[in-house]
Design a protein around this ligand. Structure first.
Ligand code: PRP
Ligand code: URA
Length: 210
């Protein structure tokens, strides 16, 4: 496994993902859990944010403290399902800008099809967190990161809640330097490109469309 791949083994994340997997979990709870898991994962994914010295006056004395350095952040969910993770990350970094990349997988070829892209103007100067709960074949993640690279981004991290080994391999081969964070690593893809055991179609479960 590429050293840039982090698979979480935290019991809180594992427990919440187990509830997501249950087909009886409804959309309301599913959305809440996706958001919570994104926040827990984001906490770790942002562990290396740079700090700088800032002077403050406490009620007792003047002192120098550490605060996040001017480094700017952007969150880019892959539509639709990535939207479910946005608020969890914004809870941690409320001033982050949010871009959107719209992709859907062609059901026959499994190739990602683009239908929307709107990014902050200065995205190339930001640390970009790309969000998608599912990393299956990896086609959508690679396509999204290709867009970002074309826009000059060179500081990108990718976060997914459930990943298939095939997707991790494809993404880390395409972009070995991009850190990949996965809530868990599942067994495989099935013949329709769904993650096994997975949780089904994340977009449909978040938005209740099936
Ligand atoms: C799902 C998921 C990812 C993609 C992963 O999106 O949210 O974007 O599939 O598959 P891949 O790794 O094989 O590309 P989907 O195409 O179902 O669109 P949706 O989010 O609008 O439902
Ligand atoms: N997209 C999903 O939403 N689920 C999968 O299992 C694979 C791709």
């Amino acid at each position: 496994m590429n050293k840039n791949v982090t698979i979480f083994d935290h019991p809180l994340i594992t427990h919440k993902i187990s509830i997501l997997r249950d087909e009886n979990t409804g959309s309301k709870q599913f959305r809440e859990l996706i958001e919570e898991i994104a926040m827990l994962m984001g906490f770790e994914a942002m562990r290396d944010l740079p700090l700088e010295d800032v002077k403050v006056k406490t009620p007792i004395t003047e002192t120098t403290v550490k605060m996040l350095a001017g480094k700017k952040l952007a969150i880019v969910p892959i539509l639709r399902a990535g939207l479910g993770m946005v608020n969890g990350i914004l809870a941690l970094v409320p001033y982050a800008k949010v871009g959107h990349i719209g992709l859907y997988r062609d059901e026959e070829t499994l190739e990602p099809q683009e239908y929307y892209c709107k990014l902050p103007e200065d995205i190339d100067q930001r640390l970009v967190l790309v969000l998608d709960p599912m990393l299956a074949t990896g086609g959508s993640a690679v396509a999204a990161i290709n867009f970002l690279k074309q826009r000059g981004c060179n500081n990108i991290k990718f976060m997914s809640i459930i990943a298939a080994p095939e997707g991790v391999e494809k993404l880390s081969n395409a972009y070995p330097d991009i850190p990949i964070y996965c809530g868990c690593l599942d067994e495989k893809l099935n013949e329709n490109g769904y993650i096994v055991p997975g949780l089904g179609d994340a977009g449909d479960r978040i938005f209740g469309t099936k």
